[in-house]
Design a protein around this ligand. Sequence first.
Ligand SMILES: [Zn+2]
Length: 300
Amino acid sequence: MRLTALFPQFRGLRLDCLRTEPTGLTLVAATTAKTARCPLCHHHGHRVHSRYQRRVTDLPCAGRAVALLIHARRFFCLTADCPRKTFRERLPALVAPSARRSNGLRAALEAIGFALGGEAGSRLASILGMPTSADTLLRLVCAAPPATIEPPQVLGIDDWAWKKATRYGTILCDLERHRVIDLLPNRSADTVAAWLRAHPSITLITRDRSDLYADGATRGAPDAVQVADRFHLLKNLGDRLSHNILGMGLLLRWQGNDRSCRCPISTIAFPSRKNDRHVLRRRHHLLANGTANGRWVSSG
Ligand SMILES: [Zn+2]
């Protein structure tokens, strides 16, 4: 089996030996291409100027760190008007120019950094055989190219806390792709309206029921359909149901003569006689109308 069948990133390399060291595995390899392309004029050069060693850290193997010791070459550029007289051969499938980490390792560390951040990511990376510092992970995250974002059409708007109870901003989510696409610095209708004017692809906006975002959405995207989002509808419904069910449950416990509950409403007398028609009518009214508007409390 060819080495590149398992490791396609090693194309153009010949594996000479494998060394087992206390710190991990070291693969000694050499480049095999007969020519290399000048990075400036893109013409191929075949005359070797010199040789050098390059050390690249790669993805771990069976939990052990892997380093590549590559014997590479520097070539002459034979193009007369090219300002680059010599150049190093490159291995774009394996590693970026001048980088010390392979493309695969860099991508893995970036993913860990995005998922866990610096300190937690560093601990996990060490366990997985990719030891690195928290600062390095954060540098990789900051240097990662921004993801390509398709113009959003369905937008979710809500507030979020820069610092809870002190400072709030606005979070904007692409609800078709389930990702955050922007954070606005404040909770202002003007800011929301300006953002929407800059993104005319929005056709549907889901939001809470506050006037603030309704105003911003109406001014920024007058043609977009606005709907109340499911989260706020369900939250309001749940609050109201728990409010009423709590009162209903306590009233039923009263009816069962459970004395661990008390009713703070002195005007609603607990019936001392089962044939007290007035009190019974009052209790039936409470049961039919959600009971006491939440004024029942538990003493337990
Ligand atoms: Zn050149």
